[in-house]
Design a protein around this ligand. Structure first.
Ligand SMILES: *Cc1c(COP(=O)(O)O)cnc(C)c1O
Length: 458
């Protein structure tokens, strides 16, 4: 018999989480105006809202906190982190920031101006926000296979090279300050990008003299998929694959709250001294001096350790197999999910799940609320609420697929918790025919409405 996989760690400290009754949850979600962001964490049993900064640190990371150097300039913690970033990514220049979107803000302040066009695979919301805020245009060149949840393409995060070349020809190189590759493609379901595709994108960038930026939030998970799915990489280590990945790029932005295995942090890294010097100025204005950039010394120490843990094969293997463990159970129950399973989350296809709820009544949000009421599990809507309204017509933008994302924090929950999530969804699936109405909006913000929207039952 094959020895099953298990986590390459044991639990040393526990954080109690609170069970609740259905009656309590019905009351709480009503008080939260049917917005899961408004719930208090004590009202949630299993929290799958996001994997961003919600993971557990190791004993090594906790011990590093005690060694933090809080000097304003030139702290040992800064040099420890810089050396980890240099060694892992191969980039020489490095700027710490307080989180990923801050890295985008600093770097785009140097590179993006009004009227520019920024092609890539699906831009993450904050990346898109920082481009659009500067009156520039993000262009999504992701392959069409990503839109079909039943298609088993191994690298659904890939850029369609023909679409990319078309965007370059259409807008002209002068209007394109960079191409962005997001690893993994979060918005398409945590889907990876192949090394072949990274190479091909970098060739298009080089031929046209355009910079290639990697949004590397989940670069280690991407490397894991390359090792396991792409010909020629099975014998390479994650560290080697990561190094090769970044060798094709000119710069990277990072949300350390993901594959950095910390609760807060981010950075920018690059080859160009000129861009580094310009970005340093914005870093000082927005984040802090260049040797801390919004991070405390102890946090930089924990991140330096977390970056190494993040490229450990066994750690990645346990994480990604836990995501697949949940995905396989949902498949067994006949629940429609995005295939292949993503690196950090399972995406439930709410359109195929709740076929009787009209799209005007927020199908994915309706399912996410049902899941909370059923078992105290908090997921997140990646659907019409998130897609927002068209800026001109103010009509709802209905995405091709409404997803409920079950995002798994790193090293945090056990497979028993996954069993609870799967059973709760199965119960809802068994009675899906009886769910025929959703919600209507009572109050919403003009942009990023999903965070604060207030709803009532239809
Ligand atoms: C989370 C994330 C960001 C933004 O990072 P924050 O740390 O949340 O500011 C950018 N890109 C991707 C792909 C992300 O997942």
């Amino acid at each position: 018999m094959d020895i099953p996989y298990a986590e390459p760690y044991k639990i040393k400290m526990i954080e109690p989480i609170r069970l609740s009754s259905k009656e309590e949850r019905l009351q709480w979600i009503k008080e939260a105006k049917y917005n899961l962001f408004n719930l208090r964490s004590e009202q949630v049993y299993i929290d799958l809202l996001t994997d961003s900064g919600t993971g557990s640190m190791s004993q090594n990371q906790w011990s590093q906190l005690m060694l933090g150097d809080e000097s304003y300039a030139g702290a040992t913690s800064y040099y420890k982190l810089k050396s980890a970033v240099n060694e892992i990514t191969g980039f020489h220049y490095f700027l710490p920031t307080h989180q990923g979107r801050a890295a985008e803000n600093v770097l785009f302040s140097v590179l993006v101006k009004e009227g520019d066009v920024v092609p890539g695979n699906t831009h993450f919301d904050t990346t898109k926000g920082h481009i659009e805020f500067r009156r520039a245009l993000p262009v999504d060149c992701t392959i069409d296979e990503a839109k079909n949840t039943h298609n088993n393409h191994p690298f659904k995060g890939n850029i369609d090279i023909a679409k990319l070349k078309k965007a370059v020809a259409e807008h002209g190189v002068d209007k394109i300050p960079m191409i962005i590759l997001t690893l993994t493609n979060n918005s398409a379901g945590g889907q990876p990008v192949s090394m072949e595709n990274i190479k091909a994108v970098s060739e298009v960038a080089k031929e046209n003299g355009i910079m290639l930026l990697i949004d590397g939030a989940r670069y280690a998970e991407n490397a894991y998929f390359i090792k396991n799915r792409e010909a020629g990489y099975s014998e390479k280590t994650i560290a080697e694959i990561v190094k090769e990945t970044f060798s094709y790029a000119d710069a990277m932005t990072m949300s350390s709250k993901k594959d950095g295995y910390v609760n807060m942090g981010g950075f920018i890294a690059m080859h160009s001294q000129e861009i580094f010097e310009k970005a340093s100025m914005f870093n000082i204005m927005y984040e802090g001096y260049i040797t801390y950039g919004g991070m405390s010394g102890r946090d930089m120490n924990a991140l330096a350790a977390g970056l190494y843990e993040g490229i450990n094969y066994e750690t990645l293997d346990a994480r990604i197999k836990q995501v697949a463990y949940l995905g396989a159970q949902l498949d067994d129950y006949g629940i429609p999910v995005q295939h292949p399973y993503g690196g950090h989350a399972i995406f439930v296809n709410a359109n195929e799940f709740l076929t009787h709820v009209p799209r005007e009544e927020y199908i994915a949000q309706t399912l996410a609320i049902e899941l909370y009421i059923e078992a105290g599990v908090r997921a997140v809507e990646i659907g019409t609420l998130l897609a927002d309204r068209d800026p001109d017509s103010r009509e709802n933008r209905y995405p091709a697929i409404e997803f409920v994302r079950l995002t798994i924090p790193r090293r945090t929950y056990t497979n028993n918790h996954m069993d609870v999530v799967a059973a709760a969804l199965k119960n809802i699936f068994d009675r899906r025919e009886t769910i025929t109405s959703g919600y209507e909006i009572v109050k919403e913000a003009p942009i990023l409405r999903h965070f604060t929207v207030e709803l009532k039952k239809k």
